[in-house]
Design a protein around this ligand. Structure first.
Ligand SMILES: [Zn+2]
Length: 108
């Protein structure tokens, strides 16, 4: 069971990883939910959109769908945003990924 201020647990009251796109767009200039990351705990690799999102009163927790360990913490204090990525051994963003906004639109 989770409650306000709780870090969340591996229960079933989570959202799809795409729910993190809006809050994370405040930190990253690209949509990192399409980025591929590796879980530092079990080694599972997948898009952040496949993670389980646990919103709480401080921000978001993203947990690995393979082992339920924490991949990413986003803490919003109101005047600052902090991201803890220590649960991932890497995060890879493709330059041509949808939402990367690195290239101008060909249709001018
Ligand atoms: Zn894992």
């Amino acid at each position: 069971m989770t409650g306000p201020g709780d870090d969340g647990d591996a229960g079933s009251d989570y959202l799809d990883g795409n729910a993190a796109a809006g809050p994370l767009s405040e930190v990253f200039a690209v949509d990192v939910t399409v980025a591929s990351g590796r879980c530092a705990h079990c080694g599972r690799t997948g898009e952040l959109a496949t993670a389980r999102v646990y919103p709480n009163s401080h921000g978001l927790l993203l947990r690995c769908p393979g082992c339920a360990e924490i991949l990413l913490r986003l803490v919003d204090t109101g005047h600052s945003l902090a991201v803890d990525l220590h649960g991932m051994s890497y995060l890879e963003l493709q330059r041509d990924a949808p939402g990367s906004q690195q290239k101008p639109s060909p249709a001018a």
